[in-house]
Structures are given as C-alpha cells and as structure tokens.
Write a protein of this length. Structure first.
Ligand code: DX5
Ligand code: ZN
Length: 226
C-alpha cells in the first residue's frame, strides 16, 4: 500500500447515524481513513457510539478505521477496538496514566497507536513518549462535540511536535481534529500536520467525496516543502 503524504479522515460524528453504512460508502473512494469518535459521557459530556457499531461498520467498508477514544479508562477498552480491526486506535493522554504501556498493547493487538492531547493539555511532557506511537492527535478545539470553531493558537502545539518529530526522525503522523475545513486546513498543513479530521466540512457538504478531495488538495498545496 502506498502511503499518501496527506491523510484526510472524515468524521462520522457529523454523518446521519440512521444511514451510517451509506454515509461511509459516500466517502469510500475519496477518504484515506474513516475517523470514528467514541465518547462515553464521562471523559467528555457527550455520548456517541462504541464497539458494536465499529464491529458492524467494519463489514461494510474497506476504509481503515481511525478510532478516537474520548473515554475514561482506555486501558480497559482500547484493545477491543484493535481486535475489532481498527487501523489506528487513539486514546487521550489526560485519561491514561501509562500511555506507553497502552501503546504497546495496541501495537501487539495489531493496530497503530495514537496519543491525543486535548485543548488545555501542553504537548511538551509527551514529546519523549512519541517513539512508542504512530499517531499524535492534536485537538484544535475542546474535545466533545463536532461543529466547533477552530482555535488557531493550538497550531503552536503542531509546530512544536513537527519540529520534534522531524529532528528526531520519528515516523509519526501528526493529526489535527476540530474545525478543519476549507478555510482552516491550509494553516494546519503549513504548521506541519499531515492528517486531517473533518466532520462538518465533509458531511455538511452536498458531495462529501468531493469535499474530501478538495480538502486534500488544499492540504497538499499548503504543506511545508510543497
Ligand atoms: C470532537 C471530535 C471530532 C469532530 C470534529 O471531539 O473529536 O472528530 O467530529 O468535527 P468537526 O470537523 O465538525 O469540527
Ligand atoms: Zn475526533
């Protein structure tokens, strides 16, 4: 499989949950990953979907699943998503006291391991853990709800992470999540992100597949060195 330089991951949080399989198929040939937001009404106030939905969706699409766990006690639940065939399983740094141990569990269950940092969490304490991870998800909003306004100041964390990843020659995706749309994706790409979650900007569009392609083109154009 060739690895695309810029990943676009539509978030099904903004899709019609009564027609999930159709909504996933609508981006099947345009998206790189499918972003699945799992919220437990404890780590964040919102409640979405869990393992049974991920298991059912796994059967209807070839897209790799990028599972974003906004839950408490990820050590208990995260490996189940790897077992269900998720490509990447991301859990929150704020919810886990031993992120490296959980990353190891996820990798041995056959998934990529992702570490997420929420709006108010500094990135610096986590930089030294990054060799254990495949994905670093930097929230560009406060985690919990779709459709929020992008916070450009949070791109400072992306810049810091990009510098660290490049200077350490780490193999790691830097993913941004929250308020990513045609008017914000270029600044995120220029800051050094190379994976982009988009909910409203994809599923709020008349043609979700075309919205994905448009976002990718903008990100590619704005990427450093492009
Ligand atoms: C929010 C979720 C996001 C959400 C993004 O906590 O993690 O993935 O779906 O939605 P938009 O793109 O609408 O900001
Ligand atoms: Zn998310």
């Amino acid at each position: 499989m060739t690895v695309p330089p810029q990943i676009v991951a539509p978030s099904i949080l903004a899709a019609d949950f009564a027609r999930l399989a159709d909504e996933v198929r609508a981006v099947e040939h345009a998206a790189d990953w499918l972003h699945v937001d799992v919220m437990d009404n404890h780590f964040v106030p919102n409640l979405t979907i869990g393992l049974p939905v991920v298991q059912s969706l796994r059967a209807v699409t070839e897209l790799p699943f990028d599972v974003h766990l906004m839950i408490e006690d990820p050590r208990r639940w995260a490996p189940g998503y790897a077992d269900a065939g998720a490509y990447n399983v991301t859990f929150h740094a704020e919810a886990c006291d031993d992120p490296v141990a959980l990353a190891k569990d996820l990798r041995s269950a056959g998934a990529k391991a992702g570490l997420a940092v929420d709006r108010d969490t500094p990135i610096e304490p986590y930089l030294e853990l990054l060799p254990s991870f495949d994905t670093l998800l930097i929230m560009t909003i406060k985690a919990g709800f779709g459709g929020q306004r992008f916070i450009p100041q949070l791109l400072d964390k992306v810049r810091t992470a990009r510098e660290h990843v490049d200077s350490g020659h780490l193999e790691l995706r830097i993913e941004v999540d929250g308020g990513i749309a045609a008017d914000t994706i270029e600044q995120a790409a220029a800051a050094g992100a190379d994976a982009f979650v988009a909910g409203t900007a994809v599923y709020g569009a008349d043609d979700p597949a075309e919205a994905v392609r448009r976002l990718r083109a903008l990100a590619e154009r704005a990427a450093p060195g492009a």
